[in-house]
Ligand binder design. Structure first.
Ligand SMILES: Cc1ncc(COP(=O)(O)O)c(C=O)c1O
Length: 379
């Protein structure tokens, strides 16, 4: 079925949520708005400006106290569409629209109840793709695992996306997205694995974003499929700071980068068992391993309890609520990973400053945080 086919028009106008392989569809509003936005040449309407914003880079008194070194926070949690994902994905979608793409499809890491009783969700890549598609006036299909909650589905529908539920984890949804993208005029938006996504215009550490000063510091970044790591690497290379170490943080159960680094090759985890589902790619992108050759990348794994504890402490310190995926990066400070790396001689004992990328995330509420804390026995 192609865009322009009669069947497809029905799909666009009704905004079905399609449960793959015969499940019942759920209707939602909003289709007419998108259909109206389809008039005129798509390529001509692609805005020159990027979709993402330059986010604040501010020193945190509280985190600096904890780390014993000035800690700067890159506030990607106040980014358009709720996370850094819009940087790469927005750029990719704009480029594809210029090249005549007529339908975008994107898979996104999301979970419902199956992870040790957690109802934590991801879906930030999907939200970024749906936002970009709405701005571009292009239809978009977001493919998510079957466990996805209605909360995420409704959020995506609100952006005008068609939602397709299939498979247990992201990797299965991704396979379906790639299959759909073989249709005429359809383009797959990888959540993290494309040069246009991690390339220079998209990364949060460039000079244009205000990261400047003494380059002896370190950078903390949450690592999922590797898009953020690749973007940070691109930013450091751009400003000639390849000697600045990057601390790539993962949670156990979503530690495909750490496993790959140790093995010296890509490793596929049997499952994603961490509650930080936005970090949940069973296999990291090959580009992430290359980054470790181009910059100094220190891979660290924390427990879910530490990531969730960091979310709580960050809420109290900075009055901002972020996902456990982001908590993994914050745990570099709160779990004193930086101090340990210094003691081990792997980070300079005289760091001038540290930048932590507060990668954000849409899918967390105060209730979810409390449930996670109870589930993980966080004090
Ligand atoms: C909040 C958040 N942090 C970190 C990541 C990991 O990013 P990447 O897959 O680009 O490595 C994601 C991915 O969706 C995310 O949503």
């Amino acid at each position: 079925m192609h865009y322009g086919d009669p069947d497809f028009s029905v799909l666009v106008q009704d905004w079905l949520i399609v449960k793959d392989r015969g499940g019942a569809g759920v209707r939602a509003d909003g289709g007419r708005q998108r259909a109206a936005g389809m008039e005129g040449s798509l390529a001509e309407r692609v805005p020159a400006e990027p979709f993402h914003r330059v986010t604040p880079l501010l020193e945190s008194w509280a985190l600096s106290q904890v780390a014993g070194v000035p800690v700067f926070l890159k506030y990607e949690n106040v980014q358009i569409a709720g996370s850094f994902k819009i940087r790469g994905i927005g750029h990719f979608c704009q480029q594809m629209a210029k090249r005549g793409c007529r339908h975008l499809v994107c898979s996104s890491a999301v979970t419902g109840q199956e992870v040790a009783g957690s109802n934590q969700q991801g879906g930030n890549a999907g939200i970024a793709a749906a936002y970009s598609a709405r701005k571009l006036g292009i239809p978009v299909t977001i493919v998510l695992p079957e466990s996805t909650s209605m909360q995420v589905v409704r959020r995506l529908q609100g952006e005008g996306a068609e939602v397709l539920l299939t498979g247990k984890v992201w990797d299965e949804a991704n396979a379906r997205a790639q299959e759909l993208a073989t249709r005429d005029g359809w383009v797959n938006v990888s959540p993290f694995d494309h040069p246009l996504i991690w390339g220079r215009p998209c990364q949060p550490c460039s000079g244009a974003e205000g990261v400047a000063g003494d380059p002896s510091g370190g950078c903390g970044a949450g690592r999922g499929g590797g898009g953020l790591l690749a973007g940070v690497t691109a930013g450091l290379l751009e400003v000639g700071w390849q000697q600045v170490p990057i601390v790539a943080m993962e949670t156990r159960g979503a530690h495909s980068f750490n496993a790959a680094l140790q093995a010296g090759r890509l490793v596929t985890l049997p499952d994603i068992t961490s509650v930080a589902r936005s970090l949940g790619a069973k296999t990291v992108a090959a580009r992430a391993l290359e980054c470790a050759k181009e910059c100094e990348v220190l891979s660290e794994v924390v427990e879910d309890r530490e990531a969730v504890g960091a979310v709580q402490r960050f809420l109290d310190d900075e009055r901002m609520l972020v996902e456990p995926a982001c908590g993994a990066a914050l745990a570099a400070v709160y779990s004193d990973i930086l101090g340990r790396l210094q003691a081990e001689g792997r980070l300079s004992p005289t760091l001038a400053s540290v930048v932590v990328i507060v990668c954000g995330g849409n899918n967390i509420s105060s209730q979810q945080l409390q449930e996670l804390r109870t589930q993980l026995d966080c004090r």
